[in-house]
Design a protein around this ligand. Structure first.
Ligand SMILES: [Zn+2]
Length: 228
C-alpha cells in the first residue's frame, strides 16, 4: 500500500493551486498583467503588473474572493471590518457579508496632513470601536504595509483589538506588519530589474510604458495611493 503523501506537501500544493486560481480570477478582471516588459514609475523594469483600481470591478469575483478571506477568519469572532480606499472598501463589504459573525463595515479616509500620510475614521464610527472590539483589517493590495500600519494604529488608539489582516494580494516578502500576520489570497512580488541588467531589454522585447503614462496623467491627486 502506498502511504499517503506527507500532509505538509499536500498543504503546500493546495496553497499553490489556490493561489493560481485566485491569480486567474484577477487576470479576468484585467487587473493583472503577466509576460510583459513593463516600465515602473521607479524606472525599473518588470514582467508583471497589477492595476489596483481594476481589482474590484467584477462584483461576483470580489464576492467570491471576499468569501475566501471570510472563511479563513470564520473561526474568530469579529465585530467590525475596517478598511480604507474605495477598492478595499468594496472587498471589505464582501468579507463582512460572508463572515459568520456578521460584522459591521467601517472605513477610514486617507489624507495627508502636516506632510504625513494619515488615515482618519469618520467621527460617527468612533463609538463603534470601543475597548475590546474585535476588528479585522481588510486591504486589497499590500505593498509596503504603510496603510495597514496606519489602520491598525487607528483601531488600537480607540481600544480595538486587531483579530487579523486580510488582503487580496501581498506584494511584500514579509508576511506580517508589526507582528500582525497578513492572510492574502495571492502572495507574490514581481521581479524588477534595472534597465542596464534587464533580461527582457537584452532580448530586445519592446518596453511597455503605458502604466507609467497613466500614473503621470492622474498625478498628483492620487499618486500617493500607489504606496500601500
Ligand atoms: Zn527591460
Amino acid at each position: 500500500m502506498t502511504p499517503p503523501p506527507p500532509r505538509k506537501d499536500s498543504e503546500t500544493m493546495d496553497a499553490e493551486v489556490r493561489e493560481k486560481i485566485h491569480l486567474e480570477i484577477l487576470k479576468r478582471t484585467g487587473a493583472y498583467h503577466a509576460n510583459d516588459h513593463i516600465l515602473l514609475p521607479s524606472g525599473q523594469h518588470t514582467t508583471e503588473y497589477i492595476e489596483k483600481t481594476l481589482v474590484t470591478t467584477e462584483p461576483s469575483f470580489t464576492e467570491g474572493l471576499g468569501a475566501v478571506i471570510a472563511k479563513h477568519f470564520a473561526p474568530w469572532p469579529i465585530d467590525v471590518v475596517v478598511s480604507t480606499g474605495p477598492g478595499a472598501l468594496i472587498l471589505s463589504h464582501c468579507v463582512a457579508r460572508a463572515h459568520p459573525s456578521r460584522p459591521t463595515v467601517l472605513y477610514g479616509t486617507k489624507g495627508v496632513s502636516g506632510g504625513k500620510r494619515r488615515v482618519t475614521l469618520p467621527v460617527e464610527f468612533h463609538r463603534l470601536i470601543q475597548p475590546g472590539t474585535k476588528v479585522l483589517v481588510v486591504e486589497d493590495l499590500v505593498s509596503s504595509g504603510a496603510t495597514v500600519r496606519l489602520l491598525t494604529e487607528l483601531v488600537e488608539s480607540l481600544g480595538g483589538k486587531i483579530v487579523g489582516v486580510g488582503a487580496l494580494w501581498r506584494r511584500t516578502k514579509r508576511s506580517d506588519v508589526d507582528g500582525k500576520a497578513i492572510f492574502s489570497l495571492v502572495s507574490r512580488d514581481f521581479p524588477t530589474y534595472a534597465p542596464e541588467t534587464c533580461p527582457l531589454c537584452k532580448k530586445g522585447m519592446p518596453l511597455n510604458r503605458e502604466f507609467v503614462k497613466r500614473r503621470d496623467e492622474r498625478k498628483p491627486s492620487t499618486a500617493e495611493e500607489d504606496d500601500e
